[in-house]
Design a binder for this molecule. Structure first.
Ligand SMILES: C[S@@+](CC[C@H](N)C(=O)[O-])C[C@H]1O[C@@H](n2cnc3c(N)ncnc32)[C@H](O)[C@@H]1O
Length: 438
């Protein structure tokens, strides 16, 4: 790959004219674009290199755009989400992705039951923003974005952001003005409630109970919200921690060499890994994939309405489930690990402390709490990290946190941070390993 680029980009110093240099740079970028289309293994096998390229191109766009290009990009960004949502509703991405050959507007009109003239306008826009390819006049094909959007979980993400999150984003500016630009201290009265015209005391999770379709989209999206990203439970240091603490007993019940009877309270109490607020169990499945050879007893906990929707696959994998409310208590005592992924970000400090305090009360002296979250750097936080923070603010009065903010929270709940397992440099995701203070 490098030789192809170098061929297009000979020693720039030999060019005295800046225009010549720029022309060569443009040629090299075009060459990169062609190479990216062929998905070179150098990029696939080197996520840091791929990410550097992605960041460089994104920064370059910001540096070279004119004011009017900036306005076109920024002011119309919501239009892309709107069109993606219509494309998902019509099944355009799935249809293009599974078709062996490119499809005409008429083909797609037939499969989507949309009027051809209207569909043509939508397809033109989707192609212009790079979500599908315009192969020739009135003929469309898939690209990298199309195949991402053809994934049902990513389509659920579009539905979730469009239907549940967008009204909260839209309300945040006036909500902040109304609250004198102060950080929210309570989990009720959110921009989300304002945007959805819901009662102020209703949190997003309570609202989901009355909106089962939105709940399905959210829970499905949680399985993929960091698409292509690494999983904290698969990090070798986390697996080692689990392995090294196996073979003992919990509340007098042997963990290895035969679990107590299914459904018995002794079995639930013998849990090694408790995924607290684990949604539909994506991380439990990932852990089971990594430790299938071990008797690690995995328990998935979430609200009753979520546990009720867990697939039979979870039980087939030997993962137990338990409905809980983590604000009311932690019923499983002395587990090896209590795992919280993307939980504390949902809540202001007061509510996050209650969740940790209930776990603290259930822990033995050898239990760990693993907090799997994006940790905001003190300087130079990236787009993914800060847009998550803005979204948590708008949806739940929640917050992404720096390590100092996490430490304060952890300390306030009687815990201490004993290790940090950074498993994704790209996104700043870490597993914060905590134990009871000694
Ligand atoms: C952002 S999602 C994270 C899900 C999962 N841990 C993951 O990383 O994919 C937050 C989860 O917390 C659950 N949750 C919210 N309030 C809860 C409560 N009071 N008790 C238990 N679970 C709750 C939600 O149902 C949801 O599954």
């Amino acid at each position: 790959m490098a030789s192809v680029i170098l061929h297009r980009l000979p020693d720039l110093c030999s060019y005295s004219d800046i225009e010549d240099v720029m022309t060569k740079v443009v040629e090299a970028i075009r060459a990169l674009e062609e190479l990216a289309l062929s998905k070179p293994k150098e990029l696939q096998q080197n996520p840091a290199l791929r990410r550097n390229l992605y960041d460089a191109v994104r920064k370059l766009v910001l540096e070279v755009e004119t004011p009017s290009e900036m306005a076109q990009r920024l002011l119309y960004t919501p239009c892309e989400m709107m069109a993606a949502k219509i494309g998902v509703d019509l099944g355009v991405f799935a249809s293009l992705n599974k078709s062996a050959a490119p499809q005409s507007t008429e083909d797609l009109a037939e499969s989507t039951a949309a009027e051809p003239a209207l569909l043509q306008r939508l397809l033109q826009f989707l192609a212009a923003v790079g979500l599908i390819n315009e192969v020739k006049e009135n003929v469309w094909g898939p690209n990298n974005a199309t195949s991402n959007l053809a994934d049902a979980r990513m389509a659920a993400g579009i539905n979730h952001k469009h239907d549940s999150v967008m009204p909260a984003w839209h309300a945040l500016a006036s909500w902040l003005k109304r609250h004198n630009y102060k950080s929210p201290a309570s989990s009720v009265d959110t921009a989300f409630a304002q945007g959805h015209d819901a009662p102020p005391e209703q949190t997003f999770f309570e609202w989901l109970k009355q909106h089962p379709l939105n709940a399905d989209q959210f829970n499905m999206f949680m399985g993929v919200h960091r698409i292509g990203a690494k999983s904290g439970v698969a990090a070798p240091a986390v697996l080692n921690l689990l392995k090294s603490s196996q073979g003992g007993t919990h509340n007098g019940v042997a963990v290895n060499g035969g679990l107590p009877m299914e459904g018995s309270s002794a079995r639930l109490e013998s849990a090694v890994f408790v995924d607290v607020g684990g949604g539909l169990g994506h991380q439990c499945k990932e852990l089971r994939r990594c430790v299938s050879d071990l008797d690690t007893h995995i328990l998935l906990q979430d609200l009753p309405e979520v546990i009720g929707k867990v697939s039979t696959e979870i039980h087939d994998l030997g993962i137990d489930t338990m409905p809980i409310n983590f604000f009311k208590g932690q019923p499983v005592k002395g587990a090896t690990v209590y795992y919280l992924r993307s939980i504390l970000r949902d809540w202001p400090d007061a509510q996050a402390t209650i969740i940790l305090e209930h776990i603290h009360a259930a822990m033995s002296s050898s239990s760990y709490v693993l907090i799997d979250e994006i940790v905001l750097p003190d300087f130079g936080a990236g787009k993914e990290q800060t847009q998550l923070d803005m979204t948590m603010l708008a949806m739940l009065n929640g917050s992404a946190r720096t390590v100092a903010q996490f430490k304060k929270l952890i300390d306030g709940a009687g815990l201490e941070l004993v290790d940090r397992i950074r498993y994704s440099e790209e996104t700043g995701e870490e597993v914060l390993v905590c134990r009871k203070k000694r």
